[in-house]
Design a protein around this ligand. Structure first.
Ligand code: HSE
Length: 444
């Protein structure tokens, strides 16, 4: 029997992910030791309440409320408590005492990543975070290692399962956003307070992490442009379907050229967008996640799978544990985070995109020409125009003094600033009653 060197593993947090990590580690510890070349001794699990109900049983003698005491003396610390504090302080304590750290904490990385990576580098430790983006889907390591020799052009990710579930229900079951959200809550996808998901904060944190990795540049969370899905209507989803699109909340990280300076930079953004039904991301249903990568040499790649869930996320955490243990066995300093490209972060105004704009307009001679003029004045080229049958009566059947029509206008690619100036001009035009929808088109 091979005698392995023992590595002391401490786990902070025994929520849905932590409890599953403990359970799998206790069940498959021998196999993981063989793969790592080191014994993985679980020395304790720090929790707030010893008697709280858990999704998997944890032997009582492993539980402690003394997180600090557990961290000191551990070779590898797994942080699964979430939130900014005390997670940040615990991770700093662990790194400063020379332990490698594994975390699934996207909010912390998106907010304090540079500080934590710096602390790891100072002591030659390493911070692993495969579970922080899209949970079970291997995406951190592919970006960090497998694609390190390539140049990423663009990443488009469906990285929030709750919003994908909601938009998918609106598309496939005709539910309103409110009803689909209620279903998501019932099924346990959405949190009691769904704000972080539906307003795009969760996806923005993941966009910051993906953009930093892909472009070797620190991308702070406050430089990620963000729109959530709360404004998406069932009418927009229906119209999208008829036009061959599906609405998806996308986290996009892209290499762009600054329009003013000509300098290359990075754009990171989150918004609901129209995706052609022929695009691989359109086939991502329910609460599943997927990350689509366009790389200069590798071409298009897609990573698909579970973006949440206790045991699924535990898979990514344990993969990091094996990596960390292997590194301990080999010795030497951890691999520092690569931010050497240090590209400027570009504002949303630099993005080139296509819009699909729906307007209700007065139906009288010259209106179409006036609207076309507004687009041309802002340098935006129209690709498609569709006008629906005019309505000459209101809902009560009374004849309207000024009959209305609905126009759906698709544009060619234009800058975000020109497009938003066009929408502002439409909003204040006398012939436009209402701009009922404007959505960006991505992936075509
Ligand atoms: N709340 C997230 C989602 C999972 O719905 O995908 C954790 O990031």
């Amino acid at each position: 029997m091979i005698e392995y060197r023992n590595l002391r593993v401490a786990i902070l947090g025994a929520g849905s992910v932590g409890a599953q990590v403990v359970s799998l580690l206790l069940k498959h510890g021998d196999e993981l030791a063989q793969r790592s070349g080191a014994g993985l001794e679980l020395v304790g699990v720090a929790v707030r309440e010893l008697d709280a109900p858990r999704s998997a049983q944890i032997p009582r003698h492993l539980l402690t409320t003394d997180a600090e005491g557990l961290i000191v003396g551990a070779d590898i610390v797994i942080e699964l408590i979430g939130g900014l504090e005390p997670a940040r302080s615990f991770i700093l304590t662990a790194l400063n005492s020379g332990a490698d750290v594994i975390t699934a904490n996207k909010a912390l990385l998106a907010t304090h990543g540079p500080e934590l990576f710096e602390a790891a580098e100072q002591v030659g430790a390493q911070l692993y975070y495969e579970a922080a983006v899209a949970a079970a889907i291997p995406i951190i390591r592919p970006l960090r290692d497998s694609l390190a020799g390539d140049r990423i052009v663009r990443i488009m990710g469906i990285v929030n399962g709750t919003t994908n579930f909601i938009l998918d229900r609106m598309d496939t079951a005709g539910e309103t956003l409110e009803s689909a959200l209620a279903t998501a809550t019932e099924l346990g996808y959405a949190e009691a307070d769904p704000t972080a998901d539906i307003e795009g904060y969760d996806a923005a944190q993941k966009a910051a992490i993906l953009a930093s990795l892909a472009f070797h540049t620190t991308v702070p969370i406050d430089r990620v442009y963000r729109e959530g899905i709360t404004g998406v209507t069932i009418e927009e989803v229906d119209a999208a379907r008829k036009a061959g699109y599906v609405v998806k909340l996308l986290a996009i990280a892209e290499r762009l050229t600054d329009r003013e300076t000509g300098v290359e930079g990075v754009s990171a953004r989150v918004y609901p967008a129209l995706v052609p039904r022929t695009h691989p991301l359109a086939a991502v249903h329910g609460a599943k996640n997927a990350v689509f990568i366009e790389a200069e040499a590798a071409g298009d790649l897609m990573f698909y799978g579970a973006g949440a869930g206790g045991i699924e996320t535990a898979s990514a955490v344990l993969g990091d544990l094996v990596s960390a243990a292997r590194r301990h066995v080999i010795g030497g300093p951890g691999v520092a985070e690569s931010t050497n490209a240090n590209l400027p972060i570009l504002p949303i105004s630099n993005v080139q995109t296509r819009y699909q704009i729906s307007l209700s307009v007065v139906d009288q001679p010259g209106v179409l020409a006036a609207i076309a003029n507004l687009f041309s004045e802002h340098g935006v080229s129209i690709e498609t125009v569709e006008q629906s049958v005019s309505s000459t009566t209101n809902l009560a059947g009374e004849t309207l003094a000024t009959p209305g029509a609905t126009l759906v206008i698709g544009t060619h690619e234009a800058s975000e600033s020109d497009l938003s100036a066009t929408v502002a001009a439409l909003n204040s035009s006398a012939v436009v009653q209402n701009v009922t929808s404007f959505l960006r088109v991505e992936g075509s």
